[in-house]
Unconditional design. Sequence first.
Length: 180
Amino acid sequence: MDQLIAIDIGASSVKAAIVRPGDWEIRQRLPTIDIHHRSFDELRSAVEKTVATALNMNPLLTTVGISTTGSASPDDVVISSGFYAGYQGIRWLDVLGRSTGGRIRVVRVLNDGRAAAYGTYLADRQARGHHLVHFVIGTGIGGGMVVDGAVFNGTHHFAGAYGHIKIDPHDERRCVCGGR
């Protein structure tokens, strides 16, 4: 595999590029698609359009890496995302496999904070062989951890969801994830 499609699903847009694994050099940036209604249908359409654009540029692409808002399981299923209605239990390999007639054969999905943590770990030679904690401050507060060179998911796949650390046990305000 000499190139793959890297997609970042944020709270308000889908950004992507064709990249080269190994050194992660960006070979071609793809157009950003803004999300206005925060529904899974709109998100799915944006991701499918992004992948179709990439396949038009390079028909040999078969692999997609997705960094997503919300939480994803180690087997690449989106567990939940408070930003998009209907965006839970989604297996992007099934979605993109269907929309591309089977041309996309591998899709890896990682929470965006964990993806940022692992990218920082790979880029920082001093961090190699050590642990890394990474914070992401954007639409929400997130992040990730790398322990002994591997992304740490935690028992319930929410490790690094720093914005979900309860500070006041009596606070009843609702989070976009549905929790309090």
